[in-house]
Write a protein that binds this ligand. Structure first.
Ligand code: BV8
Ligand code: ZN
Length: 247
């Protein structure tokens, strides 16, 4: 695609976003890539040396909580060294200036909140939260590295990361709010996701089926690309400030 063609698409996307009264945005690991947080499935991705079944499941945790916690503690350290990038900041500005905007994320890194986003629907939980398997208490623990792996609760119970693993239900309230936003959106912007993980991957299709304009921002082709009306091939940190600017 030539620059001119891409510029035409960017202008079309900007106009749709600016004119829409209800917009929804779904982000994935790609929106944090330029902050230095590895994605899951891309080159150098987190799953490279591991397989999801080995780590991001309740069975894996029951089998080897220390191994799973070593992976999460390593990710927490990487995320703690990361800073929000222009994509996160553009979304935080968009929220503060645009009514009818819903930000939905699959990410657990908290970078949207650190960029200033106030309302973030977190579908897969939060890597900075821990939950006790014995007493059920959920708390925030931002220590990096954690002093002892696996960590334990004051009640003596084993703590798990406050994230959603494969085979687990998503937080009901966040998923319902995200689904409602997809059903009402006039524009649905999908940024930095391979669109492979269900049910998050259904949201752009729900929006498209009710007539929303679906815009994808991703340097690569994804499972969603064929269903997107506007495909912007590029990095989120470069494209989002152009898409969402108010000048
Ligand atoms: C559930 C844990 C229901 C948290 C994660 C068979 C078919 C279909 C579905 C299933 C199936 N078998 C099982 C399922 C369901 C399963 C699923 O979808 N499996 C997939 C793999 C097939 N889903 C579930 O289990 C979900 N629960 O369905 O429960 C249920 C019903 C009854 C009873 C019980 C349960 C739970 C899903 C949550 C799983 N947890 N992680 C953590 O550790 O982080 S998923 C994991 O993948 C991450 O959370 C991540 O958010 C998610 C999605 O990945 P992406 O964000 O898309 O990242 P990825 O690396 O893949 O892609 C990055 C993209 O960015 C790339 O496209 C790249 O090109 C792009 N990019 C790179 N750089 C940039 C960029 N883009 C822009 N700018 C850049 N600079
Ligand atoms: Zn406890």
């Amino acid at each position: 695609m030539t620059d001119t063609e891409q510029d035409i698409l960017i202008n079309a996307a900007r106009t749709s976003l600016a004119q829409a009264e209800r917009t929804a945005i779904l982000t994935g690991a790609g929106v944090s890539a330029e902050s230095g947080v590895p994605t899951f499935r891309g080159a150098g991705g987190l799953w490279r040396q591991y397989r999801p079944e080995d780590l991001a499941t309740p069975e894996a945790f029951a089998r080897d909580p220390k191994l799973v916690w070593e992976w999460y503690d390593w990710r927490r350290q990487r995320i703690a060294q990361a800073a929000p990038n222009p994509a996160h900041r553009a979304l935080a500005q968009w929220e503060s200036r645009k009514m009818g905007f819903t930000l939905i994320t699959q990410n657990v890194d908290g970078l949207h909140e650190r960029a200033g986003s106030l309302r973030v629907l977190k579908l897969h939980g939060d890597i900075w939260e821990v939950r006790c398997l014995r007493c059920g208490t959920t708390s925030r623990d931002e220590r990096v590295p954690l002093p002892v792996l696996p960590p334990h609760c004051t009640c003596g119970g084993l703590l798990r990361p406050g994230v959603v693993w494969f085979g687990e239900m998503l937080p009901e309230d966040a998923l319902q709010a995200a689904w409602r936003a997809a059903e009402r959106a006039q524009v649905f912007l999908v940024v930095g996701t391979s669109a492979l993980v269900y049910p998050a991957s259904e949201l752009p299709r729900v929006a498209r089926n009710q007539g929303a304009c679906v815009i994808e921002v991703n340097p690569a082709i994804t499972a969603l690309s064929s269903a997107a009306h506007i495909r912007l091939r590029g990095q989120a940190g470069a494209l989002l400030p152009r898409l969402l600017d108010f000048s």
